[in-house]
Design a protein around this ligand. Structure first.
Ligand code: IPT
Length: 956
């Protein structure tokens, strides 16, 4: 019988043969990059015979696979998504026999041997054994942690072989239950690194900054003797290891990421360190950097690429940093594991505050009542300590890291407390975060996720309920508060961002938070016709799956900013521009940087058309200060329409993360109200006809208006539920809506009253099976010029226990209608609790461009504050809608029920019509997909309402 070679798969041990963790530094030591094509063999179980690691083994029948890469995304096995549940029986430390296993082999050439060298794996998911030239080096776990093995003596000039066996499941999987795809294999870099005699060993930089004096203290500890030099700081071959006072230094902050380049040299090795001076502290219950309170405008970032999964490349990481900075994001929580190490280099360089989280989550014990949770089981203590040590040691020299986070959703217990204790001893310069420590007994910040606005406000006021013990309560009341996750960005949303930001800005104890999450983890797929869409849980034949809960990002999987990200940019804007009789008040809400990088401009528009524009002279405003500037003498003297002043702030010159002219802030102010009804749109003339319209004699529905055939407006209350309406982990509205029958309303015509200049249609609208409904009165009158005015009164009767999705009119227009031009808020979609980012203007978009392609189809594309809208075909013929004063509007080529039924955007097929909703209102979005629902002020409750629109046929 042959013996199987596998890393011990049912053990509390974390590996063997691994070298002690050390800081990531690239030095002048030789490096051989072992990324590339490796020979690969996949097996559905762990039990393949040994022997493949030997040099003589014949791998000619094997495939090739890209390293770094996940095997499931290269044709072996399939991705699987669960949020909380383990996809194997919960009986720690055992895993099932179905344990997909990948065997890897790679030959590489060396022109010389190395006396001392290490083989470094930056990430292998989940447990693996490694051999060099047939000899076992050891095995390791910790998927997102570095493993180094000593290999020196085994190497020789010429051909060398590295072989790896990696298993999808191991006891370590119990500690890696993050809400993401289960994806396996060697997914980060592999390198061979020479360790020269007299090398640097581990390097630990401490660069403290005293804001009172402006002085820095630099201490660089190395394993062996070394010297430091830095011309800028006047250091010439200063012995490392001692605290070096630096009288005058420029501090590092995320807004001013000042790095000093230091040369560090030992007898056998040299490196360049990028050092940022800063001090983190908590004073008066406030989180501070360099003595000043900072507000974290953060996001949770998983690593994601729609084709390569968690395999990151330089371009993708830079794209994330640039996009974040461009959208006024200043902080990242590396949910829920240490990222690719180069990401942190970018955070240091471009400036982002980082909460660096350990690779730890045991969430799947929660549905099992937290029984046997490793967090409180002493047998797992070494594994917990191993993980935090490898986390802190690798990344400890990054100025961008301002807190260590022990992990995510792992319950509580003595092993977490021991991790915190270890960090406090090893790196007292940074606070420890862990949300699951609900009494905040062993952490340095009070953290919650998805707390409602009301709860955040209570905490801001110091009015939170008491912690479990008096001691914990006293400790926690002195801590700053962070929302490590909030505003779940799943599907259409999040709603309520503005209100959270107001709280963060109002209460000094609140240090801001991290929106969940940065990017959708959609997997790029194609229909048989070749159209791309993004796959989610359940699309890969999984036995257990949590569906589209994996699509909850501010960016779509291909990094297209979603409307939620555009909204967040505005809400996070570190400038406030206010208009009053005195003038324009501009506040700089940055924590450190003045505004001398910005240039300011203004523009006046009349009914959306530019009238005048110019530069605005704004002096540089220090952080936290404000200034008042006068209005530009710009208002048009004669105007019939609505005039608006827009003030904008943009980058004066290019930075590493954005072009010159990139807009960072803006505000609008209405200069004049319309004095006349809105002008019909330039170029289009109203169609005048004596026999203006046809109505259906039985239902009173409008069937024709001028030359335009249509199916006229009637009451609509339904929208394709959003993920937040479904509210899986919050307050769901959708099941109540569906039970009521809002998606299948019936219309009964009660009366049609015809007068000389008016038609009144009365009807009752209600769903089958219940006795509640809506009495609707549609009153049509002819306009003097052309067209019709429709006044609508809606009076609910009976019990409507929840907010309504929408209340308005639905009408069907010919499919030839292809363009919407409107004056109102735009250009993007907006909802009652998510409209900070839209501005008043005149916009023109194709019907297809109005749709937001959420990877899981749902209500989208709503335009708010619409004063008038013109829907036309390619000849300019169509319909002009004017509102009194505004409406919300959606136009699409499918119905709300089509949208509701679709599972991917590719399921949506245009019908032979354009469906136009003209709404009195829609209810807001909220974030009930995980968290609180729509705030009361943004809910559309059933109550009597009246509104009116004018419909005018137009010709091009
Ligand atoms: C929270 C998790 O921390 C995060 O990983 C993600 O799953 C998020 O929810 C939802 O997308 S835990 C939740 C039970 C509040």
């Amino acid at each position: 019988m042959m013996t199987a070679v596998a890393a011990p798969l049912a053990t509390f041990e974390t590996g063997s043969g691994r070298l002690p963790p050390r800081a990531r530094t690239s030095t002048d030591a030789a490096v051989v990059n072992l990324n590339g094509q490796w020979q690969f063999r996949w097996s559905p179980t762990a039990g393949q015979p040994a022997g493949f690691q030997n040099e003589g083994f014949d791998d000619s029948g094997w495939d090739e696979i890209a390293v770094p890469g996940h095997w499931q995304l290269q044709g072996y096995g399939a991705p699987a998504y669960t949020n909380v549940r383990y996809p194997f029986p919960v009986e720690p430390p055992f895993v099932a026999d179905e344990n997909p296993t990948g065997d890897y082999r790679r030959w590489f050439d060396l022109d010389r041997g190395f006396d001392e060298a290490v083989l470094r794996f930056d990430g292998v998911d989940s447990a693996f054994t490694v051999w060099c030239n047939g000899i076992e080096l050891g095995w390791s776990t910790g998927s997102r942690l570095t493993s180094e093995f000593a290999v020196g003596g085994l190497l020789r000039p010429g051909r060398n072989l590295v072989a790896v066996r990696a298993h999808q499941w191991s006891s370590a999987s119990y500690l890696e239950d993050q809400d993401m795809w289960w994806l396996s294999g060697i997914f980060r870099d592999v390198s061979l690194i020479e360790r020269p005699a007299g090398g640097l060993g581990d390097v630990f930089v401490s660069a403290d900054y005293d804001a009172e004096t402006g002085a820095g203290t630099l201490t660089v500890r190395t394993d062996g003797a070394a010297t430091l030099s830095c011309a800028e700081l006047g250091l010439v071959s200063v012995p490392a290891g001692e605290a070096i006072p630096i009288p005058d230094v420029q501090p590092w902050t995320a807004e001013t990421p000042r790095l000093y380049r230091l040369a560090l040299a030992s007898a056998g090795e040299r490196t360049e360190l990028r050092v940022g001076f800063r001090r983190i502290s908590t004073e008066d219950g406030q989180f501070r950097v360099n003595g000043r309170p900072v507000l974290l405008r953060g996001v949770n970032r998983h690593e994601w690429h729609p084709e390569r999964g968690r395999v990151m490349d330089a371009e993708t990481m830079l794209a994330d940093v640039r996009l974040m900075k461009q959208h006024n994001i200043n902080a990242v929580r590396t949910s829920h594991y240490p990222p690719h190490p180069d990401f942190l280099e970018l955070c240091d360089e471009y400036g982002l505050w980082v909460v660096l989280e350990c690779d730890l989550e045991t969430h799947g014990f929660e549905p099992n009542g937290w029984r046997n949770n490793p967090s409180d089981d002493p047998r797992w203590l070494p594994a917990y300590l191993d993980r935090i040590e490898r986390t802190v040691e690798r990344d400890k020299n990054h100025p961008s890291i301002i807190m260590w986070s022990l992990g995510n959703e792992s319950g509580s217990g003595q092993n977490l407390a021991a991790m915190a204790d270890w960090v406090h001893r090893r790196d007292p310069s940074r606070p420890v975060h862990y949300e699951g420590d609900q009494n905040s007994e062993y952490v340095d910040v009070y953290s919650r996720m998805y707390a409602s606005h009301a709860e955040v406000e209570a905490i801001g006021k110091g009015l939170e309920p008491a912690a479990a013990t008096e001691q914990a309560d006293r400790h926690r009341r002195g801590l700053p508060f962070v929302q490590c996750e909030y505003a779940h960005a799943m599907g259409n949303g999040p709603g309520g961002l503005t209100e959270y930001q107001q709280l963060f800005e109002n209460y000094p104890r609140l240090m801001g938070g991290f929106v969940w999450e940065w990017i959708d983890h959609g997997i790029s797929q194609r229909t048989p016709e070749g159209t791309e869409y993004f796959g989610y849980g359940g699309d890969f034949g999984e036995e257990l799956s949590d569906g589209n809960f994996v699509l909850d990002g501010l960016a779509f999987a291909d990094r297209t900013p979603s409307p939620g990200l555009i909204e967040l940019k505005k809400v996070f804007e570190p400038l406030r521009i206010g208009f009053s009789a005195e003038g324009i008040r501009i506040e700089n809400h940055r924590d450190f940087a003045a505004t001398d990088d910005l240039r300011w401009s203004w523009q006046v528009t009349d009914e959306g058309l530019p009238v005048s524009a110019g530069e605005l002279d704004v002096p540089a405003i220090p952080a936290g200060a404000s200034t008042l500037v006068g209005y530009p003498a710009a208002a048009p003297s004669e105007s019939s329409g609505e005039c608006w002043l827009t003030v904008r702030a943009e980058l004066r010159s290019a930075t590493g993360w954005a072009e010159a002219g990139h807009e960072l802030g803006w505000a609008q102010h209405r200069l004049s109200a319309p004095t006349q009804p809105p002008a019909p749109v330039a170029g289009a003339v109203p169609v005048r006809r004596p026999e203006l319209a046809d109505f259906d004699p039985l239902t009173g529905r409008l069937l024709r208006l001028g030359d335009l055939a249509l199916l006229g407006p009637r009451l609509d209350l339904w929208r394709a539920p959003t993920d937040n309406d479904r509210g899986e982990h919050g307050e769901p509205l959708e099941p109540v809506w569906r039970a009521l029958g809002l998606h299948r309303m019936r219309h009964r015509t009660v009366a049609i009253e015809v007068e000389a200049q008016a038609i009144t249609v009365r009807s009752r609208v209600a769903p089958a099976s219940i006795d509640a409904g809506f009495a609707v009165c549609y009153r049509w009158t002819a306009l003097p010029e052309a067209g019709l005015r429709l006044a609508v009164e809606v009076v609910p009767d009976g019990d409507w226990p929840v907010p309504l999705p929408r209340l308005g009119l639905l009408l069907r227009l010919p499919a030839a209608i292809s363009t919407l031009e409107w004056f109102g808020c735009g250009p993007g979609e907006a909802y009652a609790d998510s409209h900070a980012a839209v501005r008043i203007g005149r916009y023109r978009l194709g019907i297809d461009e109005l749709q937001t392609p959420y990877a899981y189809p749902q209500e989208n594309g709503n335009r708010r504050g619409v004063r008038w809208a013109r829907l036309t075909d390619e000849h300019g013929d169509g319909l002009l809608v004017t509102a009194e004063p505004t409406i919300e509007l959606t136009a699409r080529r499918w119905t709300s029920n089509d949208l509701d039924a679709a599972r991917h955007p590719t399921d949506l097929r245009p019908r032979d019509a354009v469906y136009l909703n003209l709404d009195f209102a829609q209810t807001g979005l909220g974030t009930a997909s995980c968290g609180p629902g729509v705030l009361p002020e943004h809910q559309l409750l059933a109550r009597p309402v009246s509104f009116a629109v004018c419909l005018v046929p137009v010709a091009g």
